[in-house]
Design a protein around this ligand. Structure first.
Ligand code: AMP
Length: 229
């Protein structure tokens, strides 16, 4: 099974992607992770990509497109893949479609997690980390996982531990920059989503799954599983 997953930062895309990857035992390919690994490994590709990533800009298509197309040809992708973070614009979408068509590879599903920009931003800024356990979810803007209040502040809803916030989750400028790219329906990621919806309407055979990202992780994943099977 070959799947693309779209959703703005803060929509729970990473969480849902991990659930799908596990259930179908397919490779989870994340463009951002590949870049970060290359930067860490000191590769030429990493050096080229770093300056763009540090500025919160997209790495040029000339670097990103061949990198992803190469990655999809590796052995661990033979059983299927879930591609996350690519395509981020129509040019990348068109290049992917062309490469898949030429290789005779079917794109089975496109998943789109739909979430209002303001809610997505709040979710990122509301995320809190428990000092005792990274897997204790707390978010001051999500009722289902809202931390407990104590002495005028918040503590972990699971264990009562102290909470901290990730610095990059509190950087409104950086969040806005990434959302500007995602929500741009002319040249950005939403335009790439539109491209795949159009090819589906024209009979590409790809099924489009639109999910409302507002409910909790469990509700969203239940809806996703029902629509995938
Ligand atoms: P992510 O982890 O998906 O948020 O990606 C981190 C950074 O990697 C992005 O802010 C971009 O600079 C770069 N990046 C990831 N995917 C792409 C892509 N498809 N096209 C261009 N740049 C990308």
């Amino acid at each position: 099974m070959n799947i693309l997953i779209f959703g703005p930062n803060g929509s729970g895309k990473g969480t849902q992607g991990a659930i799908v990857q596990k259930k179908y035992n397919i490779s989870h390919i994340e463009s951002g992770v590949i870049f970060r690994e290359n930067i860490k490994g000191g590769t030429e590709l990493g050096a080229k990509a770093k300056e763009y990533i540090d500025r919160g800009e997209l790495v040029p298509d000339e670097i990103t497109i061949p990198m992803i197309l190469d990655r999809l040809q590796q052995n661990d992708c033979k059983n299927g893949w879930l591609l996350d973070g690519f395509p981020r614009n129509p040019r990348q979408g068109i290049a992917l479609k062309k490469a898949l068509d030429e290789a005779g590879i079917k794109l089975d599903y496109v998943i789109e997690i739909v979430l209002d920009r303001e809610i997505a931003k709040n979710r990122i800024m509301g995320r809190r980390l428990c000092v005792n356990d990274n897997n204790h979810p707390n978010n001051i803007y999500i009722d289902a996982i809202k931390p407990d209040e104590k002495d005028g502040g918040f503590v972990c809803r699971v264990c009562g531990g102290s909470l901290t916030a990730r610095a990059d989750d509190q950087d409104e400028g950086a969040i806005n920059k990434r959302h500007n790219i995602y929500y741009d329906s002319e040249k950005g990621t939403l335009a790439a989503v539109e491209f795949f919806k159009k090819t589906a309407a024209e009979g590409s055979g790809t099924k489009i799954i639109e999910l409302d990202g507002k409910p909790g992780v469990k509700e969203v994943s239940e809806e996703l599983m029902a629509k995938l099977s």
